[in-house]
Write a protein that binds this ligand. Structure first.
Ligand code: PRP
Ligand code: URA
Length: 209
């Protein structure tokens, strides 16, 4: 069974409270989502492998550590996942970015695919799937399916807010995928929205409704 890592750093919790607040407008919402994503990025990359290299400081030659191993890929689930990309890219600027377009049918709550563009070598990369909301889990599970169909074997899922139902669904469908989340909320309401949640992440990021 995969791990669920709730990253409850005080800075993250403070910013998540501001993000939840319905009085926070799109400009601040976008900035806060970026900042929380960067802070989550610190935790997501904690287990990246290192190698020792030789360098020369102004004082002497020495051995020091640098990242080695697999190349990284960031995969936002459009559209709300886009809001999380820049924060993580600031930490790992060499990562490639692949996009998966999914929207949730408001009647059936099932994900509908409308776009997919991934790095050619997606199967060789360590992938970080990002989406602010994990509600029923349908969108995340479908996005991870697309990636696995294209050869991906090493995937992490990163959300700002998750429901217990969404976590259970992803763990059932993808027991190999660890989930990093800033907050695990109480439940879903009858419309499939996370309670207390933050409302519709895409609409709040981009000022639509
Ligand atoms: C939201 C959110 C997730 C999905 C979560 O996207 O960003 O992708 O819903 O719900 P689920 O876990 O029940 O599948 P939405 O479908 O509203 O599309 P958008 O990002 O284009 O606004
Ligand atoms: N999508 C959102 O943007 N918010 C929710 O609470 C559920 C799905």
């Amino acid at each position: 069974m995969s791990k669920v890592i709730e990253v409850n750093h005080p800075l993250i919790q403070h910013k998540i409270t501001l993000i939840r607040d319905k009085h926070t407008g799109s400009k601040d919402f976008r900035q806060l989502v970026k900042e929380v994503s960067m802070l989550l990025g610190y935790e997501i990359t904690r287990d990246l492998p290192l190698e020792e290299v030789e360098i020369e400081t102004p004082i002497m030659k020495t051995k020091s550590k640098m990242l080695s191993g697999k190349k990284l890929g960031i995969i936002p689930i459009l559209r709300a996942g886009l809001g999380m990309v820049d924060g993580i890219l600031e930490l790992i600027p060499a990562a490639k970015v692949g996009h998966i377009g999914l929207y949730r049918d408001p009647e059936t709550l099932k994900p509908v695919e409308y776009y997919c563009k991934l790095p050619a070598d997606v199967g060789e990369r360590e992938l970080i799937v990002v989406d602010p909301m994990l509600a029923t889990g349908g969108s995340a599970a479908a996005a991870i399916n697309f990636l696995k169909d294209r050869g991906a074997t090493n995937i992490k899922l990163v959300n700002l807010i998750a429901s217990p139902e969404g976590i259970a669904e992803v763990q059932k469908m993808h027991p190999d995928v660890d989930i990093y989340v800033a907050s695990i909320d109480e439940k879903l309401n009858d419309h499939g929205y996370i309670v207390p949640g933050l409302g519709d992440a895409g609409d709040r990021l981009y000022g639509t409704k």
